[in-house]
Design a protein around this ligand. Structure first.
Ligand code: FMN
Length: 182
């Protein structure tokens, strides 16, 4: 059922709740790939979130449609975060989230500077289908640039390539090629 909601190949930006060593909660932004009942994350080795997940074997994904909260959590400013504790893994569900996913750690693969993690979704709730994907946002940036006659859009295309599917990326490239050659 989740396949109908999350697009194949797309990475969604989320805020992950975990439990610290001292039992307080941590919140931090991460990109997540959803497939069937699993989530996939690439995590660089230095984050607290990664340490917490490796220790506690669980994490909670909050889908948040509030750019400011991404900034605040990145800067460790959790003062205004309102939450309730989830049923199964007892981690914070951020108030007014669009959706949340309670996950347990399923598999990990270690690389030089990062890990690839697979989490199993054990419970979830979707209140509204409002998921943030950077590629979509960059389509708007490209549209704005083109509307001003600026075709210097390599950076934006690269983000679209990295965060959406190959088909979507090709579609955008072909579209831009057509516009440029009109
Ligand atoms: C929108 C956004 C997405 C991010 N995605 C990732 C990611 O997928 N993997 C990663 O290792 N870091 C990612 N980061 C960086 C982490 O959020 C950052 O390292 C953060 O400081 C980790 O916080 P923590 O130490 O409290 O876990 C992302 C940051 C932002 C703002």
């Amino acid at each position: 059922m989740l396949e109908n909601i999350f697009k194949k190949g797309f990475i969604y930006e989320c805020i992950i709740s975990t439990r610290n060593d001292n039992k307080t909660f941590n919140f931090a932004p991460f990109g997540v790939y959803f497939h069937k009942n699993f989530v996939y994350l690439k995590m660089y080795k230095w984050s607290n979130t990664l340490k917490n997940i490796l220790r506690e074997k669980c994490f909670l994904i909050n889908i948040i449609n509030d750019g400011l909260l991404f900034l605040k959590t990145l800067l460790n400013d959790f003062r205004d975060i309102e939450y309730v504790v989830s049923k199964n893994i007892k981690l914070p569900i951020i108030k007014n989230c669009s959706a949340y996913f309670e996950c347990t750690l399923d598999t990990i693969r270690e690389y030089k500077d990062h890990y690839f993690l697979r989490g199993k979704i054990v419970n979830y709730m979707i209140y509204e289908k409002c998921f943030i994907n950077r590629g979509y946002n960059y389509c708007i940036e490209i549209a704005i640039k083109i509307s001003r006659g600026n075709f210097n859009i390599h950076k934006e295309l690269e983000i679209i390539r990295k965060t959406t599917s190959y088909d979507f990326y090709r579609k955008i490239k072909n579209l831009i090629f057509k516009i440029r050659n009109k």
